[in-house]
Design a binder for this molecule. Structure first.
Ligand SMILES: Cc1cc2nc3c(=O)[nH]c(=O)nc-3n(C[C@H](O)[C@H](O)[C@H](O)COP(=O)(O)O)c2cc1C
Length: 445
């Protein structure tokens, strides 16, 4: 029986209604490095594979064409480049891994490859790189674009980006450095090579001017959900992120990824999917349900509009009182956001030709954009049942990334590490100690 792997998504710890609850990180507490050190120690005590930080650089401005509601209600901001915090967290842990996100659409592979090499050294082989394209207009606006880059084109760039990174990471052999004081030789020139990459998007001579890091290449993660995104994931990713859905839809995504991996000549058995999952664990089901309702009630309507507009590239404040989901979906695709987001799921659920009122739309939107429509709520045993079901339906490879509602400062110690983890261990589904030295080794076990 294979182990379930767990990651905690700490992309935001202070947004949505979470920050309004006692125990959240607000005011002068946030983002003090010591808080993250505490969280890293706790996650490691719970045998977690990795703490993950997603990223996007833009303050959402699609809703009503401005940032005011995003700023006021704390949607997708504030947000830092988390690499310095990762180095801090790595110094108080030995096994915990760290996932860091950069967008291949905006970054350069030479800089990114070099930075990830450095981080892999400092963390002693515990880095993962989540490579994304970005589907959000406000990110693009910070890097000189007025519009989103075409969906297919940005995945072509992503593939070349990771290809270049990999060439750079392997441009110096692990045994190239000899540091021979007698002969005066630092490194063997036969083991250090230019890469001379000259492609569609990048021209990079190389080599990378560093010593290879413990993992040589960080664990590469990708979260494409569309057919093109899935192909890119199959080309670049060691492991894949997916969104938790019904077991049947998850199984379908797993099959699509397996087909894409085989087409790339890769063995699907070695590539896990970590399903991004909301869970609310409490001592009783009643308590867990009450917490979910409290969290839902704490999210203002404008915040929902800001978040949905940000993710779809379409200003939801302009919607008429009734509209067809097909039409809205077409407008989102025309804006070059993803074809597989919330509106797509809604259209699948209600039928593409369904008309929906604005109030119904926002009610669905609230539950979907916060993830509370899809949250596994209950006691540790009830949540573990659902996780096992999803895991088995998808070939028992990978695990779950516990996201936002409970991967927060308060829930990690009380709900996840002290309740969910022991339940999974009792079932023989979860590690009791780390197996390997590096993140790659731990994820492969
Ligand atoms: C678990 C998970 C994490 C993600 N993290 C980010 C992120 O940090 N930044 C980002 O711009 N997109 C992120 N995405 C979006 C994906 O990269 C991707 O764009 C999305 O799943 C839509 O698929 P598509 O690009 O193939 O259309 C994430 C998606 C998932 C499922």
């Amino acid at each position: 029986m294979k182990n379930i792997h767990l990651a905690f998504d700490l992309s935001w710890t202070q947004v949505e209604a979470q920050w309004r609850r006692p125990g959240s990180w607000v005011g002068p507490d946030y983002p003090a490095p010591g808080l993250f050190e505490d969280m890293a120690r706790l996650a490691e005590r719970g045998g977690v594979d990795m703490i993950f930080f997603g990223d996007g650089t833009g303050v959402p401005d699609t809703w009503q064409g401005g940032i005011d509601d995003a700023v006021q209600t704390g949607v997708a901001w504030p947000r830092f480049d988390m690499s310095p915090w990762i180095t801090v967290m790595s110094r108080v842990t030995k096994h915990l891994g760290f996932g860091l996100t950069y967008a291949s659409t905006f970054m350069h592979p030479f800089y990114t490859a070099r930075l990830l090499n450095s981080l892999d050294h400092v963390t002693e082989g515990r880095m993962a790189f989540n490579v994304v394209t970005s589907q959000r207009r406000s990110d693009y606006a910070n890097y000189g674009y007025d519009e989103l880059v075409d969906h297919n084109l940005r995945y072509e760039r992503l593939e070349e980006f990771v290809d270049v990174c990999r060439k750079l990471w392997t441009s110096v052999d692990p045994d190239a450095f000899v540091w021979n004081r007698d002969s005066g030789m630092v490194a063997d020139p036969a083991k250090v090579r230019a890469i001379n990459h000259d492609g569609q998007f990048f021209k990079v001579k190389g080599p990378l001017s560093v010593i290879p890091s413990p993992q040589v290449e960080p664990v590469v993660l990708q979260a494409g959900g569309s057919p093109r995104g899935t192909r890119a994931a199959a080309h670049v990713a060691d492991h894949v992120f997916g969104l938790m859905k019904s077991p049947a839809l998850m199984a379908q995504q797993r099959r699509d990824l397996d087909d894409a991996l085989v087409a790339e000549g890769r063995d699907p058995e070695n590539v896990g999917i970590l399903w991004s999952t909301r869970v609310i664990v409490a001592e009783t089901e009643h308590e867990a349900q009450a917490l979910r309702e409290e969290l839902i009630r704490g999210v203002p309507r404008e915040a929902v509009g800001v978040w949905l507009s940000h993710n779809t590239g379409f200003d939801m404040s302009t919607l008429p009182n009734r509209f067809s989901l097909r039409e809205l979906q077409q407008r989102i695709i025309a804006a070059n956001a993803s074809p597989v987001g919330f509106v797509h799921l809604l259209a699948k659920e209600h039928g593409e030709d369904a008309e929906i009122s604005i109030d119904e739309f926002f009610e669905h939107g609230l539950r979907a954009s916060t993830g509370y429509s899809n949250t596994i709520v209950g006691t540790a045993a009830q949540v573990a049942d659902k996780l096992e079901e999803g895991f088995e339906a998808t070939g028992s490879r990978g695990g779950f990334m516990i996201s936002i509602s409970q991967a927060g400062p308060r829930a990690v110690p009380y709900n996840l590490v002290s309740q969910l983890v022991p339940e999974l261990q009792r079932r023989g589904r979860y590690r009791r100690s780390y197996e390997g030295q590096t993140l790659k080794e731990n994820l492969a076990s």
